[in-house]
Design a protein around this ligand. Structure first.
Ligand code: UD2
Length: 317
């Protein structure tokens, strides 16, 4: 039985990973500084050895890596606009934090590090779908930071033989994603706003599109990346998406049906650092890991809205 360390364990993706690993009986340690992660996400993760600490706290990180086989490195300040407004803290968390994870993984003799990379690395490269072999063209500080982390992963594989796998997430959504911050992912925000009868705001004309991917597909690929033979995955970078894209306008139409929202949609100026279209080629992950995104967009949105509804249900007396 592998021993896992999840960084960002109280976050959206980290907590979903912890739940899946605990359910199948794995030993899980979790690290989170609770800056964007939330204690509520830990409520049903009783079996996890949770530690509240920052990735910049080397002593805490060193202790957390002890006896670990695989690290699922999800901790980050995950927002394009936040990185545009405040590049320094996101640089520290996303680049220095990732570097520290690699240093301490190596020190502890961890076998593999699976890293939450980002589709933002592609930037506005005109070709769709995005293929891993394309030259990256990051626009926002966040995109540069995530790409730098990826390159550090590959370097630590090449230079020190640490098994690293970088998963370029394309807009993951689903239960446990925080809907409440101005920096929240668009589907979390819109689902909750529309359920509450609040007016959602689209930045731009709404024709921008994303390869939105449901969280269960992301969990699946992390488990595959953690266990696939090193010859298939070590030192490599993989797109994690569905291979389909939806515009924000289409998304709002689907959400109207799921939430019953009948109100207006507000249009505001485009967001700085944004890219227009995003769509992945997922051939590589299918080939090397057997990745098969089982939950499609509409089914994922159905499950997501159902989950946000449970948050709105009045507490029982
Ligand atoms: C980027 C990455 C994604 C992941 C994520 C982490 C791309 C294509 N994707 O997601 O892989 O790393 O960062 O945060 O770079 N929007 C609105 N109204 C709102 C909120 C957002 O219109 O209230 C728009 C936003 O301007 C953008 C789209 O929705 O065009 C998606 O925004 P997002 O913040 O959910 O995700 P994105 O694409 O920046």
């Amino acid at each position: 039985m592998a021993r896992y360390l999840i960084t960002g364990a109280a976050g959206f993706i980290g907590s979903n990973l912890a739940r899946a690993l605990l359910q199948r009986g794995d030993a899980v340690r979790g690290l989170d500084n609770l800056s964007t992660g939330r204690r509520e996400n830990l409520t049903d993760l009783k079996g996890m050895d949770f530690r509240q600490a920052d990735l910049l706290d080397r002593a805490a990180l060193r202790s957390a890596c002890e006896g670990v086989d695989v690290i699922l490195h999800q901790a980050a300040i995950p927002s394009v606009p936040k990185s545009v407004q405040e590049p320094e803290p996101s640089h520290e968390a996303n680049i220095n934090g990732t570097f520290n994870v690699l240093l301490e993984a190596r020190h502890a003799g961890v076998q593999r590090v699976v890293y939450a990379a980002s589709s933002s690395a592609y930037g506005e490269t005109p070709t769709l779908p995005k293929v891993e072999s394309m030259k990256p063209d990051p626009i926002s500080p966040y995109a540069v930071q995530k790409l730098t982390g990826e390159q550090y992963m590959t370097s630590f594989h090449r230079v020190y033989g640490l098994e690293t796998v970088s998963l370029r997430y394309f807009n993951i959504f689903g239960p446990f994603q925080d809907p409440g911050s101005m920096y929240s992912g668009v589907l979390a925000k819109f689902s909750m706003q529309m359920l509450r009868g609040e007016t959602p705001t689209i930045f731009g004309d709404g024709e921008q599109s994303r390869d939105f991917n449901y969280i269960d597909n992301c969990v699946q690929v992390n488990l595959l990346a953690a266990s696939a033979p090193a010859s298939e995955v070590a030192g490599k970078v993989f797109n994690v998406a569905t291979g389909h894209r939806f515009s924000l306008n289409q998304t709002v139409d689907i959400l109207r049906k799921l939430t019953g929202y009948k109100g207006e949609v507000r249009y505001a100026p485009e967001r700085e650092g944004d890219i227009k279209h995003s769509l992945a080629d997922i051939t590589l992950a299918r080939k090397h890991m057997g990745y098969d995104p089982a939950v499609d967009f509409e089914e994922g949105l159905r499950r997501t809205v159902a989950w946000y509804k449970t948050l709105m249900a009045p507490a029982r007396a």
